[in-house]
Design a binder for this molecule. Structure first.
Ligand code: PGA
Length: 248
């Protein structure tokens, strides 16, 4: 296994309320979690403050999106400065739902990445191909292009986790096989080696997302280039603990 610290992000998306999230937080706070895993929960923006105040400090919190400037007339948006002000250290950017439901471009995602890192907010940067792109054999082209726009906006990779999330696997129950995921992760690391540096390729966590469950996490976590997960549906359930402990 590599020296990269195992990283498990939960992406709660637009789910939960104070009562149900409070119960989930209790479960996480009292669970026995692998010390070797870094855990971050992505909460809806309106609950960021609530979640940070309740969740044990050994677990990080992430916003699920933010805007590319510190403040101003941008109705409905939140800034990295506001996220930091709530004691939150992470943000998820470029999630496929932001890209494909809300039409965010690579360019906008790149600008957000740059602004977050300038403001010391750590970024879980998401990339991934659609089913038709995989079937057309363009998976590498798509994920390399998305990664390039992110990479062009990163000065310090210490604060970035790259999340490979094939769109066809998100929320569908169709998990990528360990081989399929490993193949793309390995190619992404190779791309980083050629286009950024050897050191970055060796140190950046590349995590997998898309229908990860308590049942399939161990086999995925055993792959050489899979350094953790971004978990949607299963992060709202007690089985999230099993996923955090996938390498225990
Ligand atoms: P899923 O979502 O685990 O429900 O497939 C993953 C994600 O969207 O990050």
């Amino acid at each position: 296994m590599s020296s990269r610290k195992f990283f498990v992000g939960g992406n709660w998306k637009m789910n939960g309320d104070k009562e149900t999230l409070g119960e989930l937080i209790m479960t996480l706070n009292t669970a026995s979690l692998n010390d070797e895993a870094e855990v971050v929960c992505g909460a809806p923006s309106i609950y960021l403050d609530y979640v940070r105040s309740k969740l044990d400090q050994r677990i990080g919190v992430a916003a699920q999106n933010c805007y590319k400037v510190p403040k101003g007339a941008f109705t409905g948006e939140i800034s990295p400065a506001m996220i930091k002000d709530c004691g939150i250290d992470w943000v998820i950017l470029g999630h496929s739902e932001r890209r494909h439901v809300f039409g965010e471009s690579d360019e906008l995602i790149g600008q957000k990445v740059a602004h977050c890192l300038e403001n010391d907010l750590c970024v879980i940067a998401c990339i991934g191909e659609k089913l038709e792109e995989r079937e057309a054999g363009t998976t590498e082209d798509v994920v390399f292009e998305q990664t390039k726009v992110i990479a062009d906006n990163v000065k310090d990779w210490a604060h970035v986790v790259l999340a490979y999330e094939p769109v066809w696997a998100i929320g569908t129950g169709k998990t990528a096989t360990p081989d399929q995921a490993q193949e793309v992760h390995e190619k992404l690391r190779e791309w980083l080696r050629e286009n950024v540096s050897d050191a970055v390729a060796g140190s950046v966590r590349i995590i997998y997302g898309g229908s990860v469950t308590g049942g399939n996490c161990k086999e995925l976590a055993a792959q050489a280039d899979i350094d953790g997960f971004l978990v949607g549906g299963a992060s709202l359930k007690p089985e999230f603990v099993d996923i955090i402990n996938a390498r225990s």
